[in-house]
Design a protein around this ligand. Structure first.
Ligand SMILES: Cc1cn([C@H]2C[C@H](O)[C@@H](COP(=O)(O)OP(=O)(O)O[C@H]3O[C@H](C)C(=O)[C@H](O)[C@H]3O)O2)c(=O)[nH]c1=O
Length: 183
């Protein structure tokens, strides 16, 4: 597995190349031994999948507050998405900066979003599917969300936003005095 850092500390791209032979291909999706430097003693406790119909649709941006903060490993199983991590960590040198990475089913890779960062994505191809590995259980009471169009983030989504959940439409804008999450 090849790990590449991004400009945001802890947000990494992990490439997991397939081994091909005459029968087809085989690849590892995750290995706590190979990723020990990145994941430490964290355990994957929940694995989710989403399918999004419309190109241009946006899901997120979501995070969980401590003590339910989580590291997420996000992989595209079908289609293409523009995956975004936003640094919400108090005191971070990249506080409120975002990093985007195109994830696509034919490039076997995952974006790692650490605790204290929000995650969202825009679908670039209809019927794209994502797989998420989580190091904390889903706790709706601990969930927080950012507006995709928050001017303090100024996320440059590549397509016009075509579809959003009611919940994602309703996230509050970041208050001017928001100083970040303690994780
Ligand atoms: C995460 C989760 C959700 N749900 C329920 C809650 C809702 O009734 C329904 C859809 O959840 P939500 O609207 O939060 O799903 P998305 O907006 O696609 O959020 C997803 O995409 C964004 C970008 C993320 O980063 C989240 O981790 C991921 O959940 O599934 C569960 O039952 N279990 C779960 O673990």
């Amino acid at each position: 597995m090849n790990v590449t850092p991004t400009p945001i500390a802890g947000v990494m791209l992990v490439e997991t190349p397939l081994r091909e032979d005459h029968r087809g291909a085989f690849g590892r999706l995750y290995c706590d031994r190979e990723l020990a430097d990145l994941a430490g003693t964290r355990r994957i406790v929940q694995i989710n999948q989403s399918r999004t119909r419309e190109a241009g649709a946006v899901r997120g941006l979501h995070f969980q507050h401590a003590p339910h903060a989580e590291m997420k490993f996000v992989r595209c199983l079908r289609g293409r998405v523009w995956d975004v991590a936003v640094d919400l960590r108090a005191g971070s040198s990249t506080f409120l900066r975002w990093h985007a990475q195109e994830l696509r089913a034919d490039r076997h890779a995952m974006l790692v979003i650490p605790e204290g960062c929000a995650h969202g994505f825009q679908v670039l191809e209809a019927d794209s599917e994502l797989l998420y590995l989580h190091t904390a259980h889903y706790d709706p009471d601990a969930e927080g969300g950012l507006r995709h169009d928050d001017p303090r983030l100024a996320i440059a989504w590549p397509l016009p936003v075509a579809d959003l959940s009611e919940r994602d439409r309703a996230h509050p804008l970041l208050s001017p005095d928001f100083a970040g999450l303690d994780v």
